[in-house]
Design a protein around this ligand. Structure first.
Ligand SMILES: Cc1ncc(COP(=O)(O)O)c(C=O)c1O
Length: 391
């Protein structure tokens, strides 16, 4: 079954009015608990895809559910112009969780919106015309975020032109950086571990060289941690894993565990330029989003999930190089399993065995983005299923 071309429609509806823009998994989910999905046939499916890196705490997490329910009852919404303790608390909690020197948080609704605002601030601060991005990177589907996404213009960009100059640095190519990052460059935007590309860890030498070059020429460094951040690597952010302090960092996906929310964190030199009306949003930083962000961080910390992710990710790497899997890449629970055959075939075969996985733009990478509560016993199920597949 080729997911890219199939359109499996929910069985009970006569018409499907949804825009047909997403390839559909041959699986209809009716409920979920922990790391398990229940499909419309009443079968359990082990979720190693996590709603595309979103379901960090899994499904039905009691702390998350209670925080959201309590906030809906106490106050479901107030605009950013009205001070609320929950909003101030969520910002402080996120900065403290990051263990990085950020001084401000701007809450928004999606990863693309966070990146869009980061890029806007970079232009405003530097008055320069150019952004450097990295080959293979994905940053979202809006005008600016799409402009810095590798391959977007050939595939889906849609706008008549990009709103600024962009060039793409080859991955891990330290000598190439100087030609791309110059005194015309406002910012470098990079996913430290590229997600859609197939869990491609860009590595400390390349990321450190980006930091050095940005400092040399006065450009800003933006880490897009929409997919790899908020504990997924087994560290608060990949910035912690590599020991690099970016000037801005964007987070989303796992941050809300399914409630739409995102954040742009800024270091002092960027925060200093923020003033009333610099940025804006209606829904970003709404009290329900803030309550769930606080609950997500509370759960990661109180359940010791960072250490847990590091341990179980190491177990995946040591036990799952079997059957059609020939190697691994990535970091923590953003793991790519390299496959000897097209990963889509293996994804389909695993789904037949009741295991949901992801693929990537690299056709020979099976991508795992499981909830952080995944246990070794679940990894054993994956290992056994892979071991039974032809190599
Ligand atoms: C690294 C990265 N940046 C940005 C985005 C865009 O996020 P959103 O879909 O929330 O706009 C994604 C989404 O997959 C992503 O993986």
């Amino acid at each position: 079954m080729n997911y890219a071309t199939s359109r499996v429609r929910p069985g009970t509806l006569a018409h499907d009015f949804l825009a047909p823009v997403f390839a559909q998994f041959p699986l209809e989910v009716v409920s979920a608990q922990g790391v398990w999905l229940l499909n419309s046939k009443g079968e359990r499916v082990l979720d190693l895809y996590g709603g595309h890196a979103v379901a960090a705490l899994g499904y039905g997490h009691p702390g998350w559910t209670e925080a959201l329910a309590k906030q809906t009852q106490s106050c479901n919404f107030q605009t950013n112009a009205v001070p609320m303790q929950i909003r101030a608390r969520a910002a402080e909690r996120l900065v403290r969780f990051s263990k990085l020197d950020f001084t401000s948080v701007f809450f928004v609704n999606s990863g693309a919106e966070a990146n869009e605002n980061a890029l806007k601030l970079a232009f405003r601060l530097t008055s320069r015309p150019h952004i450097a991005a990295v080959e293979g990177g994905f940053h979202g589907r809006t005008a600016a975020a799409g402009a810095v996404t590798w391959g977007a213009q050939q595939k889906w960009y849609g706008f008549p032109r990009t709103p600024f100059d962009v060039s793409f640095i080859p991955r891990r190519d330290v000598p190439a950086i100087a030609a791309h990052v110059t005194d015309e460059t406002a910012a470098v935007i990079v996913e430290p571990v590229q997600g859609l590309a197939g869990a491609v860890d860009l590595g400390a030498p390349f990321l450190e060289a980006l930091r050095r070059r940005c400092d040399e020429v006065g450009a800003l460094l933006i880490f897009d941690e929409v997919q790899c951040g908020v504990g997924r690597t087994g560290y608060p952010f990949a910035a912690n894993l590599y020991g690099i302090m970016p000037d801005m960092l964007t987070a989303a996906k796992a941050l809300g565990n399914g409630f739409p929310c995102a954040a742009l964190l800024t270091a002092a030199k960027v925060s200093a330029a923020l003033q009333v009306e610099s940025l804006g949003t209606t829904f970003g930083g709404g009290p329900m989003a803030c309550a769930v962000m606080e609950a997500v961080i509370e759960a990661i910390e109180s359940q010791n999930l960072l250490e847990h992710v590091r341990r179980v990710a190491a177990y995946i790497r040591e036990s799952c190089i079997v059957g059609p899997v020939t190697g691994h890449q990535g970091a923590g629970f953003l793991t790519g399993l390299r496959t000897s055959r097209p990963a889509k075939q293996i994804q389909a075969e695993l789904l037949e065995c009741g295991i949901l996985t992801g693929t990537a733009s690299d056709t020979h990478v099976l991508r795992l983005l499981p909830p952080f509560i995944l246990e070794e016993q679940h990894v054993d199920m994956l290992r056994d299923a892979l071991a039974d597949l032809p190599g």
